[in-house]
Design a binder for this molecule. Structure first.
Ligand code: ASP
Length: 336
């Protein structure tokens, strides 16, 4: 029988009503008591690591979760992390960088409704996660929600209320879970040959800025005072405005000549960026040493930069690591 460690961090799944609104109060042991049938296929222990709304989740919490998994890695066959849905995609991506090449499954889940309600998705999601974490073919960091298994770097919360809150962006689902069966669409555990690698450093001085028509370049200049990396969410396949009042070229020059990292990304959810299509993008890319997010999600781009900048400040190394595919995060790269 598989030995699973269920780590509770809070979120709606563990929430109860209070006068001030839903608040995480249900303990990890109570959570597990709602899915007694899981005993048929696994033995689960619990660890109450945090009990917070995931709105309050920060990079040091991701390090704490990764450290808890590292401490218990030899003892268990798989891990299930119960988490709030609001920042779950960030945590799933962050853990994908902090724990690489894991043969053991590390599953993140949560729910749109608390587990103690009569009508809730929480029991299904927790049961599915324990089932997936106990599966021989499962590995690496994934997010399990509403019967879908999503690579940790490809998840995005796209619905605030419905049970099908998460989508896999620019990548297929890894598996689905239907009628107590896991159906794998991607069954490639045998390709994993490297040993598991835990990292314990992140640099959280990463900013994300969404362009809007009328934005002034001064915002970029201002951010350079506090951050080491800037991700610009451009329009469409990517580009920078060139109107007079916004001297974006000068602002980008300020960032790159200070040795800071600038990544161009798109604010369109699906299909990714390609800065070389239009003049507004191509000229910027030719002029400056910029990185491009291509098909990566914004959540993966943010956390990958935090992970990379936690390891190095050398621009060449930053570029190499950024374009390296980790837990299926990027397929379309600058090498193409
Ligand atoms: N605000 C909650 C959280 O992210 C929402 C949820 O869990 O669904 O913790």
């Amino acid at each position: 029988m598989k030995q699973i460690l269920m780590i509770a961090t809070g979120g709606t799944i563990a929430s109860k009503s209070s006068a001030a609104g839903l608040k995480p109060l249900i303990t990890s042991d109570e959570l597990l008591s709602y899915v007694p049938d899981a005993r048929q296929f696994c033995h689960a222990d619990t660890l109450q690591l945090l009990n917070i709304d995931s709105t309050n989740m920060q990079p040091f919490h991701w390090l704490k979760i990764a450290a808890a998994i590292e401490e218990n890695y030899e003892t268990y066959d798989g891990f299930v992390i119960c988490h709030g849905t609001d920042t779950m995609a960030y945590t799933a991506a962050a853990l994908s960088y902090l724990i690489q090449n894991s043969r053991k499954p590390i599953v993140i889940t949560g729910a749109q409704k608390p587990i103690d309600l009569e009508i809730t998705d929480a029991k299904t999601n927790l049961m599915d996660s324990l089932r997936f974490a106990s599966h021989e073919q499962a590995y690496g960091v994934t997010l399990v929600f509403d019967g879908k298994v999503i690579a940790g770097t490809r998840a995005k919360k796209e619905r605030t209320k419905s049970y099908n809150a998460f989508s896999s962006i620019n990548f297929p689902y890894i598996a689905t879970i239907q009628d107590q069966h896991v159906i794998f669409y991607l069954d490639d555990k045998k390709l994993l040959t490297k040993p598991v690698h835990f990292y314990n450093k992140l640099n959280d001085r990463v900013a994300l800025l969404k362009l809007i028509p009328s934005m002034e370049a001064g915002v970029l200049t201002y951010l350079a005072g506090s951050y080491d990396a800037l991700i610009l969410e451009a329009f469409g396949v990517g580009g920078l405005p060139s109107y007079e009042s916004g001297d974006f070229h000068k602002a980008i020059d300020l960032w790159t000549s200070a040795g800071k990292t600038v990544v161009m990304a798109t604010q369109v959810t699906n299909e990714g960026s390609n800065m070389s299509v239009y003049e507004v993008g191509k000229t910027i890319k030719q002029e400056f040493d910029l990185l491009e997010a291509y098909d990566m999600t914004l959540e993966a781009t943010v956390t990958k930069l935090m992970w990379i900048l936690g390891q190095t400040s050398d621009p060449r190394e930053i570029r190499n690591l950024f374009y390296q595919t980790i837990n299926r995060d990027i397929l379309y790269t600058a090498k193409w």
